[in-house]
Design a binder for this molecule. Structure first.
Ligand code: SF4
Length: 459
């Protein structure tokens, strides 16, 4: 299983070892899933893994708890169920493009085949990504990418790098028939800069004129309009011939059993399609009555169906209740926190509850993180789970302390966000609220500040 390149994202070809077994991420879906395919996916998650399924922040499905040699059987089962599992450089696109009358599959397959024939993939950075934008409502323009191809009529605009479409370097247009040649020319030139070369991110070569100069037939034109958003939200999404609505997994994760029940309802109601999308959204598409009936059952099954659901603003892994690395029951705490600290969860900040310092559920920094450590739980402010905590206490104490912080945040002026309220507090005040202690309560406090990893404010 360790056959893939170092630092590459987990995939079916090269799953990643985690605390609860191996994690395999499916490639971006080229076409949506039918209810029958969702049912097969759920069955496969049980058969090959521990039954837990997730949608990543970029909108890709992943299954947890696989055996070390489990991904091969998983891939075979999914292919038999009708999944189009093109391995290779991830190519992100609107998962509902086919519902907008766009046949993206031939382009994706052609691109993969040409990249493979050129032998260029292994000479590119492990996390290199390509994004296709067909101008459909859910074109993932808000995602970061190394190479962007924006299809508009018989022309294709080429964008290099960028954390979203607006930040990319749009170098010009080519005829649609020349788009894949242009992409290959860019990839080949980039590969010549070494295996770590990227077009996006710090040190990215998006602005290097040598990259653009390799594209034959490039002509100028206005940059294609970008909405600048990932485009996926909870609730109705306009712009398709059918009704489309986004829901989400509570805390980014679902158990196969709930998905199987959702798939059964969808099948009974005649829903046309499901698709994972950025921001961990699951899209439902079909006739309005079928979508409404399925969403109604989704709410009863515990899926998030309302945009202001407080669970949406908590990132939590399964923690010690399902992962060998877990030092804290993160998911259990998240369920308790979602109801208890609603005034803090207004969407302006993320609360991250992580079973251990790996931070699987939210690799990015969060405003407030509680992370399981050997002697309790750590409080991290404006950081990642792996960062040094400013205090350590029993998890139950910190969870109760979040209630105190929420009560303080609730007294903020109307129109002020929870984030602004927390930001206006002194760090010592936050620490005191969450740990229930004030400066001077503990003679070890000064020592703890010098070495936050050893801090134990209340034990
Ligand atoms: S962050 Fe959570 S899921 Fe990831 S290894 Fe730690 S406990 Fe397990």
């Amino acid at each position: 299983m360790d056959t893939f390149r170092r630092n590459a994202c987990p995939s079916l070809a090269a799953p990643m070892r985690t605390g609860d077994g191996w994690l395999a991420r499916l490639p971006p879906l080229v076409a949506p899933m039918t209810p029958a395919m969702l049912a097969e996916l759920s069955a496969a998650a049980d058969r090959h893994g521990n039954g837990l399924l997730e949608i990543s922040k970029r909108g890709n499905l992943q299954l947890r708890g696989l055996a070390e040699d489990g991904a091969g059987g998983l891939a075979a089962d999914l292919e038999e169920a009708g999944f189009d599992l093109a391995e290779g450089i991830p190519i992100s696109l609107d998962p509902l493009a086919t519902l907008a009358g766009i046949d993206a599959a031939p382009i994706v397959h052609d691109l993969h085949r040409r990249i493979q024939d050129a032998g260029v993939e292994t000479r590119l950075a492990p996390k290199f990504t390509i994004l296709l934008d067909f101008g459909s409502p859910l074109a993932p323009q808000g995602l970061s990418a190394d190479l962007r191809l924006a299809f508009r009529g018989d022309r294709v605009a080429i964008g290099l790098g960028g954390d979203d479409a607006r930040a990319a370097n749009w170098i010009g247009w080519v005829a649609r028939t020349a788009a894949i040649d242009a992409a290959l020319a860019i990839l080949g030139t980039l590969a010549a800069h070494g295996p770590g070369a990227r077009l996006r991110g710090p040190g990215g070569l998006a602005g290097n004129p040598a990259i653009a100069s390799t594209v034959a037939g490039l002509f100028d034109g206005a940059v294609p309009p970008a909405n600048g958003a990932a485009g996926t939200t909870i609730g109705p999404i306009a712009g398709y011939d059918v009704s489309v609505q986004g829901i989400a997994f509570a805390f980014g994760q679902s158990h196969a059993d709930a998905l199987r029940k959702l798939a059964a309802t969808a099948s009974r109601e005649g829903l046309a399609a499901f698709a994972p999308a950025p921001e961990r959204v699951l899209l439902l598409a079909g006739e309005p009555d079928a979508v409404a009936a399925t969403v109604s059952v989704a709410a009863r099954l515990g899926f998030i169906t309302e945009p202001n659901d407080t669970r949406r603003f908590i990132a939590a892994c399964i923690g010690s209740e399902g992962c060998a690395s877990g030092r804290m029951a993160a998911r259990h705490m998240a369920e308790a926190a979602a109801g208890a600290i609603a005034s803090l969860l207004d969407g302006s900040l993320t609360l991250h509850l992580s079973g251990c310092a790996k931070g699987c559920a939210h690799p990015e920094p969060a405003k407030i993180t509680l992370v399981g450590v050997d002697n309790g739980a750590g409080l991290v402010l404006d950081g990642r789970a792996r960062d040094a905590p400013v205090g350590i206490a029993p998890a139950s104490v910190l969870l109760g302390g979040l209630g105190r912080l929420a009560a303080m945040a609730a007294t903020r002026a109307p129109g002020t966000t929870a984030r602004a309220a927390v930001d206006s507090m002194e760090r010592a005040g936050i620490l005191g609220a969450v740990t229930g202690e004030t400066a001077g309560d503990d003679d070890d406090r000064g020592e703890s500040r010098n070495d936050p990893r050893d801090a134990r404010l209340s034990a």
